[in-house]
Design a protein around this ligand. Structure first.
Ligand SMILES: [Zn+2]
Length: 280
């Protein structure tokens, strides 16, 4: 298992913000359990273990954090239901273990605003965790999070985003946005209205943070689309295009929810996609 890589001038490290679990059937959508149950452990309540892997990206000038994670603001009921644990103590603690303080973070990039991705954007007191950072999010996700309708309300919590807006720290975009030279957010949609990926380019190499477009290494298989996705047809289109490019281009792939392999390369055998650990 690899938790660190270098792409040109960018040092990229996976930080384990939390572990949790979600229903296995929901994670694999229409794929029958007979096809996925040998790919992952399954708990007796039919949930499967997942991680929240944040990525610290440093180029000597900027300190970027991709995806805050679940955070600490959960009731005992939800902690038990989702099996939430913070093996490293929480986001600030894993950041500190990597040699960085919250005040040093310059950019927080958020693929979308679902609670398991941005719950840690604010601390226990409800205030933004990174006071000197700009937070980046697709504008369509801002709208969904602040005014979630019936279809979306189970996945968003207004309290995760509102304090960042109120503090004037949120920058939104549509389409794509180069946040610092070589680091670009691309809004793809499919999983959620503005589900985005982060592409990191330097010196002819490329890494991609997939958010929930490819949440774990097993989701590189094209039919493995989560039941949570709001627009499955669009998910299939963007995944087909982007996974093919990542495989052909030998990209480094950064996976938010993978509990074992946060950094992998994709492989291709005939019409099937697979994965290998970095360095294999
Ligand atoms: Zn999501």
């Amino acid at each position: 298992m690899s938790t660190e890589t270098q792409v040109g001038r960018f040092r990229i490290r996976a930080l384990r913000e939390s572990n949790f679990s979600l229903d296995g059937g929901s994670m694999f959508g229409v794929v029958p359990r007979a096809l996925w149950e040998n790919l992952t452990p399954v708990f007796e309540d039919h949930t499967i273990p997942l991680a929240c892997n944040c990525f610290l990206v440093e180029d000597g000038e900027h300190v970027l954090l991709i995806e805050p994670g679940l955070g600490q603001r959960w009731s005992e009921k939800h902690q038990a239901m989702y099996r939430i644990e913070h093996p490293g103590g929480g986001l600030l603690q894993v950041l500190e273990a990597a040699g960085r303080r919250a005040e040093e973070v310059t950019h927080v990039l958020m693929s979308h605003a679902h609670f398991d991705h941005i719950g840690a954007a604010c601390g226990g007191d409800g205030a933004p965790l990174f006071p000197n950072a700009h937070y980046f999010l697709a504008d369509s996700e801002r709208k969904a999070a602040l005014n979630a309708d019936h279809l979306r309300q189970a996945s968003y919590r207004k309290k995760d985003l509102q304090p960042i807006v109120d503090a004037g720290l949120l920058d939104t975009f549509s389409g794509e946005l180069e946040v610092v030279p070589g680091v670009t957010l691309h809004e793809l949609g499919g999983h959620s209205d503005g589900a985005s990926v982060v592409v990191i380019d330097d010196d002819g190499q490329r890494a991609c943070f997939w958010g929930d477009v490819v949440p774990t290494r097993n989701h590189v298989a094209l039919p493995f689309i989560m039941a949570y996705d709001i627009n499955v047809e669009k998910s299939f289109q963007v995944r087909s295009k982007w996974i093919a490019e990542a495989t052909d281009g030998d990209w480094v792939n950064l996976l938010f929810h993978d509990p074992e392999h946060p950094i992998v390369r994709f492989t291709h055998e005939g019409s099937r996609y697979g994965w290998v650990s970095l360095g294999e």
